[in-house]
Design a protein around this ligand. Structure first.
Ligand SMILES: Cc1cc2nc3c(=O)[nH]c(=O)nc-3n(C[C@H](O)[C@H](O)[C@H](O)COP(=O)(O)OP(=O)(O)OC[C@H]3O[C@@H](n4cnc5c(N)ncnc54)[C@H](O)[C@@H]3O)c2cc1C
Length: 290
């Protein structure tokens, strides 16, 4: 069985579990500086599936592709601490304000620079929450896609078998490779960092991060080229710039409202029929449901 080339699309997202009042800018975009940034949870599940295939097919390679600001290189390091072989940071002001159409366009053009047998991504990002990018990337690359994957097995060089988690249970499907597969949060959790890999890769940097680095750092990179994380800007991908960023984004955020619950809005309910009944009536009356 040949060695697989697997690319994992991973997004650095604001930790929406810690959203404060300055989370959003006036123009409706996320104030990323105000929020701790994390590895999108379901992208970690996708990474684990990739690493399991690498274990199963020795010599296979796993690389992460992420589009974002310079600090998004952090999730490439995070993936390498867990066993990925490296990654690509796609970063340029031209990508700013991208909606899912523009994001998937830029990612698909970057994927044209790479060889791959399989593209894995998370089912959904916890900030935009659209679950659109994976299927859109598949469409733009003309590849088959399988969504809501819980386990991916490679049957042979041309066939994948995927167990999907659906509302009504699980389904097993076969799909020709190469393909795009989106991975569900119900899939196996990602393995932890490996201490040896943390020591090996903790000084890996993308171009933007290394701008103010010392001479010693560049001498170290010469010795250990794997410490140089590949960074691409708009000139490194063949693309129509009008299809990037805000100009390539038909989705216009009309208004954003911060919903920060006040203590007085919380209500403690007992499990009595009366309380449940009263709550249902209230939720119907204020059109939250129904
Ligand atoms: C509150 C909010 C609401 C938004 N609403 C919309 C909307 O309604 N429509 C719209 O078009 N855009 C919307 N956006 C913008 C949207 O977040 C971005 O376009 C984003 O880059 C992709 O959409 P998503 O976050 O929904 O990702 P999803 O489509 O949910 O992501 C699915 C998977 O695609 C991969 N992926 C996504 N983004 C990247 C990336 N930058 N780098 C690498 N892999 C990636 C990851 O594997 C991820 O798990 C919204 C943003 C915010 C913050």
């Amino acid at each position: 069985m040949k060695k697989l080339k697997i690319v994992v699309l991973a997004k650095q997202v604001p930790d929406t579990r810690n959203v404060g009042k300055d989370a959003m800018k006036a123009d409706g975009t996320v104030n990323r500086a105000a929020l701790p940034a994390i590895f999108n949870p379901e992208d970690l599940n996708a990474l684990e599936q990739a690493l399991r295939l690498k274990d199963a097919f020795p010599g296979s390679q796993v690389h992460v592709l992420t589009m974002g600001p310079g600090r998004a290189a952090e999730i490439i390091r995070e993936a390498m601490y867990r066993g990925a072989d490296g990654g690509y940071l796609l970063s340029d002001r031209a990508f700013a304000g991208s909606d899912t159409l523009a994001t998937s366009y830029a990612l698909s053009r970057a994927l044209d620079n790479l060889e791959y047998d399989l593209i894995l991504c998370g089912r959904q990002a916890i900030d935009g929450d659209t679950a659109q990018v994976g299927p859109q990337v598949a469409e733009k690359l003309g590849l088959p896609q399988v969504t809501y994957a819980e386990e991916i097995r490679v049957i042979n060089e041309r066939t994948l078998r995927v167990r999907r988690r659906l509302e009504r249970g699980v389904e097993e499907v076969e799909c020709p490779a190469p393909a795009v597969v989106t991975v569900n949060g119900s899939a196996a959790p990602c393995r932890p960092r490996n201490a040896r890999l943390v020591m090996k890769y903790k000084r890996a940097r993308a171009t933007q991060e290394a701008q103010d680095a010392s001479e010693d750092y560049f001498a170290l990179v010469n010795e250990r080229p794997y410490l140089k994380l590949t960074e691409w800007n708009v000139n490194d991908i063949r693309c129509e710039t009008r299809e990037l960023g805000l100009s390539g984004s038909p989705t216009k955020v009309k208004a954003i409202e911060n919903v920060v619950f006040q203590a007085k809005e919380a209500k403690t309910l007992s499990a009595t029929d009366g309380d449940i009944d009263a709550l249902m009536k209230e939720l119907i009356a204020n059109h939250t449901i129904g």
